[in-house]
Design a protein around this ligand. Sequence first.
Ligand code: SF4
Length: 83
Amino acid sequence: MKSERICRRCLLFESGRTDVLEEIRRHIEKIPSSDRIDDSVYQDRLTTCSTCDQLADGTCLRCGCYPEFRAAFRKQTCPAKEW
Ligand code: SF4
């Protein structure tokens, strides 16, 4: 049986889970611009997640979300109040 390694502190784009990432990108494109955070803040949020010990294999262990999706919403916050 092949064991798969968990990529600690990896966002989806780093963990190779391209199928999930593509699905998330399609959903992000459907977020109304009034609800969507601007790109620079989005990238700042993901930079914070990428150094967080609650991130594993593209998933936030704190809330179970994909930060690459959650961070795209203007009104969403980090469950650990990091952003
Ligand atoms: S959303 Fe917050 S708790 Fe979750 S990985 Fe990002 S910084 Fe860490």
